[in-house]
Design a binder for this molecule. Structure first.
Ligand code: IVH
Length: 679
């Protein structure tokens, strides 16, 4: 087999293993073998860039090309379903269908109503060519790059099956509960805003501008509607069975019902059973099965007459409110939390519920001892929807009011007009101090991954650290004070294997002294100074000292730095404790300036230029080219416009990009030409 043949056969094999794992849930090879094949494929693809394929299994990790979604008009409008909320309305639907079909026998396909966001996938000759969100039903966003990272969506279908040359398949993109919970935990530990439910998380992820974010977050997708000329089946159910054979993930929960009784049986079963599914559902969808019957029933302007959604009632229970506590988050925001008598709700025991903010709390008019109604709707976190009126008496307990002082540090709380959140303005308040240390060690900052939030918490409580700069003054003896002998003399450790954890932590901290200045600046947690601003400031001012003495005007001259950031930097350096923080970092050898190598690598060659990178390269990776452009004072942008200075084009530049560049008269620069510009 030649290497090119090997490349093609690896692609096929990896598509198959991917399907076994993500669709069938039945892998036939181990992770290691899978990774080995993937590495070999990557190696071969970089050797033969002319064989580039956007649908290769290697493309699932997401490229670093930032997305700017194009709006696409749907080939066939994406209608919605009309909703019903009780069995009466379901039988009315059934009888309307009966009447419409003038006595013809019919079957109803019953399916789960997935609570995610709908997606339309287009395949041509067995290859995924486009993925579009529902949008307003007439047009949506082209999210193909992100969808390619969803492992259960096939990129290339096996050859020789009975799919038509062109077809569309629609379904729902979901974030499974376990992925959602993990994501929210991570966000919580970073002090980031939590997603309210898996649907919001899935939608935020699918619309992320960075496909790598989407790749990381492990979305899933179920397909439920096959469309196009020449699709094989005569019925909806048969078509989905075909789609299943072609490699799509189709729900196993789908059933054909004969008559209303069977429909109600299905609805009643899943009303409770759905809580055992690994993803969120909010109802049942009923569809007339035969396609010819669907056609004869037709559509209304908004929804088909042949289908309907039955929405589950959010489960509600009544329990007693015992106490409301106020939690201070890592960013200082104070959230009221209700503590209640434990009660079983939608399969889990609930005893706490968020009350969100001061407005929500006020509108509920809660008193301690009230019977409250708790609901778990689409939201995973249970919420109190009101007081159970039937129990309200004249001698209610004490009214619950929002606190006016911070429960952690006693500082009077503040609330800005137009903002829902109330927060503690004391940035020396414990959760905020911890939040800043956690930000400092996080992956995109100093990347001290031997430390986690729990360890930080413990070190803080033990008085070992007060801010992140104290990490650099930790020693083995401070972390593991040696035991004392009878006379009070320390017994030295002799076993090297002992205290590996602590040694590992210290090694991680030591290692972080090599983190480049721009990330140190980001790690400092200056308000509004995100990764990009930190990079721009570091590259322009080159050292913390130059930045410290920069004037507002000088900062505003930097590309990407506006008034809010500049003022925030100035305020930060005006505080004595921040200056001490910087000095402690300096004393301990943290990078507070660009290194000689970074400095000598810099030039003004591309100053003022906006450069688009497109295609596959031989000498450097796309990431490296991005870094090179920035190093030479240029700006890497995602899409071509009249303002683009030139396109750095490798092989296989997309035809749409090429056409756009030509139309706008934007110069195309080859890889070699680009590199020679730097000489
Ligand atoms: S069929 C013309 N089937 O519900 C019929 N939709 O309001 C088109 N949904 O936007 C939809 N599960 O996002 C269908 N099994 C299912 C579904 C489903 C969830 C969503 C879909 C659509 C909305 C309808």
């Amino acid at each position: 087999m030649t290497e090119k043949e090997e490349l093609l056969s690896l692609r096929q094999s990896l598509h198959q293993h991917n399907y076994n794992y993500y669709v069938l849930n039945a892998p036939t090879i181990g992770d290691q073998e899978f990774d080995m094949q993937m590495h070999r494929l990557q190696e071969l693809e970089s050797k033969y860039p002319e064989l580039f394929d956007a649908n290769s299994p290697t493309q699932r990790v997401g490229s670093d090309l930032s997305n700017e979604f194009q709006t696409v008009v749907h080939k066939r409008p994406m209608l919605s379903l009309s909703n019903t909320y009780n069995q009466q309305e379901v039988s009315e639907f059934y009888h309307r269908v009966e009447e419409g079909l003038k006595g013809d026998a019919f079957q109803i396909c019953c399916e789960m109503k997935f609570d995610g966001l709908s997606i339309s996938l287009h395949y041509e000759k067995g290859r995924l060519v486009r993925a579009v969100t529902r949008g307003d039903g007439t047009q949506g966003d082209d999210v193909t790059e992100n969808v390619r990272t969803i492992r259960s969506i096939p990129l290339v279908l096996p050859e020789g099956l009975d799919y038509p040359d062109e077809f569309e398949i629609r379904g729902e993109v979901l974030m499974p509960f376990d992925v959602f919970e993990k994501l929210n935990k991570e966000r919580e530990s970073k002090g980031e805003q939590l997603f309210a439910n898996p649907r919001n998380a899935a939608s935020g992820t699918l619309k992320s501008k960075d496909p790598r974010v989407c790749a990381e977050r492990k979305l899933d997708a179920y397909l439920y509607y096959l469309l196009g000329d020449g699709i094989p089946g005569e019925s909806h159910y048969d078509n989905l069975q075909c789609a299943k054979r072609w490699g799509f993930k189709i729900s196993d929960e789908m059933r054909l019902a004969n008559g209303l009784d069977e429909i109600f049986e299905y609805i009643n079963h899943w009303d409770t059973e759905r809580h055992h599914l690994p993803f969120a559902t909010d109802g049942i969808v009923l569809k007339v099965n035969s396609l010819s019957q669907q056609r004869s029933l037709g559509l209304t302007a908004k929804s088909p007459r042949w289908a309907i959604a039955y929405k589950f009632q959010a489960e509600q229970v009544s329990t007693i409110l015992r106490e409301v506590t106020f939690q201070v988050g890592r960013t200082g925001v104070v959230t009221p939390v209700a503590n209640m008598d434990p009660v079983l709700l939608a399969g889990t025991i609930v005893k706490r519920a968020t009350l969100h903010n001061a407005d929500v709390l006020a509108s509920l008019d809660l008193h301690i001892g009230d019977h409250v109604l708790v609901e778990k709707g689409g939201e995973i976190i249970p919420k109190i929807v009101g007081v159970d009126e039937q129990y309200i008496s004249d001698d209610r307990g004490e009214k619950v009011e929002f606190v006016s002082l911070c429960p952690e540090c006693g500082t009077p709380l503040v609330r800005n007009e137009e903002e829902a959140a109330t927060y503690c303005p004391n940035d020396e308040c414990r959760p905020q101090l911890l939040g800043r240390i956690e930000h400092f060690i996080s992956r995109k900052a100093m990347n001290i991954d031997s430390l986690g939030p729990e360890t930080v918490d413990k070190f803080f409580s033990d008085g070992l650290i007060h801010d992140a700069s104290d990490l650099y003054e930790l020693t083995f003896d401070k972390l593991c004070p040696p035991p004392l002998d009878l006379f009070g003399n320390p017994i030295p450790y002799n076993d090297k294997k002992e205290h590996l954890l602590e040694k590992n932590i210290l090694a991680g901290i030591e290692e972080s002294k090599n983190v480049p200045f721009e990330r140190v600046l980001f790690a400092m947690g200056i308000r509004f100074v995100g990764e990009i601003a930190a990079k721009a400031l570091a590259r322009n001012f080159k050292s913390i000292d130059a930045l410290k003495s920069a004037t507002l005007e000088q900062m505003l001259e930097v590309n990407g730095i506006g008034m809010v950031i500049a003022q925030s930097v100035i305020n930060w350096f005006a505080e004595d404790r921040n200056l001490q923080f910087v000095e402690k970092l300096r004393r301990n050898g943290v990078q507070l300036a660009l290194t000689e190598t970074e400095l000598s690598a810099q030039s003004e060659t591309f100053a003022g230029m906006s450069i688009v990178i497109s295609g596959v390269f031989q000498h450097h990776s796309r990431d490296e080219y991005k870094a090179i452009i920035e190093q030479h004072s240029g700006k890497n942008v995602g899409s071509i416009s009249a303002k683009t200075s030139f396109v750095l084009a490798g092989s296989n530049m997309g035809p749409a990009k090429l056409e756009k560049a030509n139309k706008l008269g934007v110069r195309i620069v080859s890889e070699d030409e680009f590199l020679s510009m730097l000489k």
